[in-house]
Every structure is written in structure tokens, then in C-alpha cells.
Design a protein around this ligand. Structure first.
Ligand SMILES: *Cc1c(COP(=O)(O)O)cnc(C)c1O
Length: 411
């Protein structure tokens, strides 16, 4: 329907969107940061709200005619506070990176020291990578993980005592263990640092109690809305009331202009969905599916960092096969599986090549796959790794993943 409208104006773009829909329907999506939104979330993104300028906050705007977007944004804020048990939420950040940038702008001065997780150990670019503004304007000290893929909290504490950071960041893009937010808070308190918890990846698990919440420990909690939370692409900053005004100012006018009210409406819809009992079931199934996938991979001889997972993702370690993440990600694409290359702890390969593959189950769980299906997915992946040069075998595996796609139709 929407496609027909686009087609009548721009057949080129319409055709590409159609192709993308087919791609999503006919591949198994294992990129840990991706998901499939509901049609309601998607519909909210494509509304007249995209026409509205609303710089400022609800009831404190720089433009007139904001009564409807005010009410929508307030709904999003209220639902977010309820879902995560936080005092204040700014739902305007355009992305997760923007949410983090707002915290940096509010809490730090250029040159201040920040202790964050290293990118190649599972952290995020926006936690102090030298190629990101966070690494350019602040003094970054990094912590990492051990061979088991676990944060060494003793090491974090030691580094904190040495470098006396103004802020400590916890939360990751590739970490398969439970994060001990309480421990991070104790360390932050010892050195008088702010604690920022970035739950971009685990938001749905935190919201439903499948992962401990940082709400009572962290000064700032940031998240994306499009990963496990299954909303539109975007970010949110949450904080205690004492920081509310400063965070709001950092988002606007600090780093952004007019908020995307159509996306904020979609965030409100997604947050409403996340407050429903079905979403709890969804989060529980994510955990079950991730365990089932890890078990299947390991029983087919594959190495998983840390020998399993406690959340929605895992890293397949290809070192013993002498294969690279770059090559295997392409092999997986050939068999109808989308995933991304990722470094393993102390990776001998460069970040562009890597020795690992990150695998996440949130998207397949949304699609309806259960433990038995994950067993099959694990087998397909293992056989693809072992037969990566055998075109005929790969073609057979492609058929097996297509069967799963057909069993669980998308949209
Ligand atoms: C994905 C992610 C982000 C950034 O989100 P974008 O919306 O891509 O900017 C920030 N932090 C963590 C931990 C992430 O995984």
C-alpha cells in the first residue's frame, strides 16, 4: 500500500524498498543489533508528524502548533520511565551515539578522563574510540575482557584508582555475560566518578527483568530503541531528576536541532508494546533461543567465546579453523544468513578481518523461531564454516535456511 504510493512518484526507490523487503523475508537475520518492528511502529514513522518543527521540550517549544506532538512526546517519556523504572527520560536523541554524546556534553569537559570498554573487546565506538569525537576530545582509558570474554572487575577497579576518571562507562555492543552494574557503581563511588550505563543492546532484557537493571546505580542510562527494544531507529537518555535539566539542554540545543517527532511517536508505540506481557515472553524466548543456538554450535564442534551466553548474543571463535570473520560472514551470506564479523579477545587479525562472528537472536525470535529452529540454525552455521569452499554443500545449506524463512513468514 505505502509502496504503491511511493511507486507512483519514484519507481526506482520503490523497487529497491521492495527488494529489501524480499531480502529480509528470505534471509535469516543474525545481526545482534537488528530486529523487526511491528507494523504499528513502522506506520508511526511514516506519518504527518514528520512535517512538524518542535525544537525544545513539551510545553517549552520554540514553535507554535505543538500541542499534539507535546502530548505524543510526553507519552513516550512516561512509558519509558515506567518501563525502565527511571526518574527522567529524554526521548529526542536521533540515535544511540547521539544519546551518548549528550551525556558526554553534560557530564564532562574536554580533556576529562573517561574509563570505558575497548571497542575491540566489545565496547562501542562512542565509548572513546580514537576515531569518534569521544576519543578525540577526552582522555580515554580502556578496560577489556579476558579470554573467557568476561570483564575483569578487579582490573576495572585498578584502572579506575590509577586514572581517577570523571566518568566510567559500562554496557557493550558485543558482550555475552551479565553486566554487574552494582559492582561498577561501587568502583565509580570509590573514585567519585559518574557512572553511565549504555544498555543499547540489552534494553529489552533489562526492561523485562531478564538482565539486572542499572537504573538504581547509574547516573545516566542510555539506549537505542531499535535493537532488542524493537522500536524505530533512535536513542534515549535516562537519568536521575537532578541531571534532567542538564541532559535536556545537552540534547537540545547542545547537539541536536529539531526532534524527529514521527520517530518519537514510533518510540511511544514501541514502548507501549514493550510494557505488554507478550514482550516479557519475547525477552524470555530470546534467552532460550540464544542458549539453544550456542548449544547447537558447540555440539557441532564450534568454539563460542566464554562457552555460551547469558543474553541475546554470542561470538563464534574461528581461530581453530584458521578462518577469518570477514570470509565466514560472506560464506554465511551465501547460505542465507546475515551476521557480522567481530574481533575475539586478543584477536590476531585486524578489526577489518577479525577471527570471529557475532551472532544474535533477537530478530529471529521476533520472527517466531524457537529452540528447535535454533538447533537447525546452529547446524547450518557450523556446516557452512566446515564446508566453506564446497559450493554444492553451501547451496544445500541455503535451501535449509530458506525452509526456515518460509516456515516463519515476515510482514
Ligand atoms: C548500537 C550501539 C550504540 C549506537 O547506536 P546508534 O543508534 O547506531 O548510534 C551505542 N552504544 C552501544 C553499546 C551500541 O551497541
Amino acid at each position: 500500500m505505502e509502496l504503491d504510493i511511493i511507486k507512483s512518484t519514484d519507481s526506482e526507490v520503490a523497487e529497491l524498498i521492495e527488494k529489501e523487503l524480499e531480502r529480509q523475508r528470505n534471509t535469516l537475520e543474525l545481526i545482534a543489533s537488528e530486529n523487526f518492528t511491528s507494523k504499528a511502529v513502522m506506520a508511526a514513522c511514516g506519518t504527518v508528524l514528520t512535517n512538524k518543527y518542535a525544537e525544545g521540550k513539551p510545553h517549552k517549544r520554540f514553535y507554535n502548533g505543538c500541542e499534539n506532538v507535546d502530548a505524543i512526546e510526553e507519552l513516550a517519556q512516561k512509558r519509558c520511565c515506567e518501563l525502565f523504572g527511571v526518574e527522567h527520560a529524554n526521548v529526542q536523541p536521533h540515535s544511540g551515539a547521539q544519546a551518548n554524546m549528550a551525556v558526554f556534553l553534560y557530564a564532562l569537559k574536554p580533556g576529562d578522563t573517561v574509563l570505558g570498554m575497548d571497542l575491540s573487546n566489545g565496547g562501542h565506538l562512542s565509548h572513546g574510540s580514537p576515531v569518534n569525537f569521544s576519543g578525540m576530545y577526552f582522555n580515554i582509558v580502556s578496560y577489556g575482557v579476558n579470554e573467557n570474554g568476561e570483564i575483569d572487575y578487579e582490573d576495572v577497579e585498578k584502572k579506575a584508582l590509577e586514572c581517577k576518571p570523571k566518568m566510567i562507562i559500562c554496557g557493550a555492543s558485543n558482550y555475552s555475560k551479565i553486566i554487574d552494574f552494582k559492582r561498577f557503581k561501587e568502583i565509580a563511588d570509590k573514585v567519585g566518578a559518574y557512572l553511565m550505563a549504555d544498555i543499547a543492546h540489552i534494553a529489552a532484557l533489562v526492561a523485562t527483568g531478564e538482565h539486572p537493571s542499572p537504573a538504581e546505580y547509574a547516573d545516566f542510562v542510555t539506549t537505542t530503541t531499535h535493537k532488542t527494544l524493537r522500536g524505530p531507529r533512535g536513542g534515549i537518555v535516562m537519568c536521575k531528576q537532578e541531571h534532567a535539566l542538564g541532559i535536556d539542554k545537552a540534547v537540545f540545543p547542545g547537539i541536536q536541532g529539531g526532534p524527529l517527532e514521527h520517530i518519537i511517536a514510533a518510540k511511544a508505540v514501541a514502548l507501549k508494546e514493550a510494557l505488554k506481557p507478550e514482550f516479557k515472553e519475547y525477552a524470555k524466548q530470546i534467552i532460550k533461543n540464544a542458549k539453544a543456538l550456542a548449544d547447537s554450535l558447540m555440539s557441532n564442534g564450534m568454539d563460542i567465546i566464554g562457552n555460551g551466553t547469558e543474553n541475546h548474543l554470542m561470538t563464534l571463535d574461528l581461530r581453530k579453523y584458521g578462518k577469518t570473520g570477514k570470509d565466514i560472514a560472506n560464506v554465511l551470506e551465501e547460505v542465507g544468513i546475515t551476521a557480522n564479523k567481530n574481533t575475539v579477545p586478543n584477536d590476531p587479525q585486524s578489526p577489518f578481518v577479525t577471527s570471529g562472528i557475532r551472532l544474535g537472536v533477537p530478530a529471529l525470535t521476533t520472527r517466531g523461531l524457537k529452540e528447535d529452529d535454533m538447533k537447525e540454525v546452529g547446524e547450518i552455521i557450523a556446516l557452512a564454516v566446515l564446508n566453506s569452499d564446497d559450493k554444492e554443500k553451501l547451496a544445500q545449506l541455503r535451501e535449509r535456511s530458506q525452509k526456515l524463512c518460509d516456515k516463519y513468514p515476515l510482514y
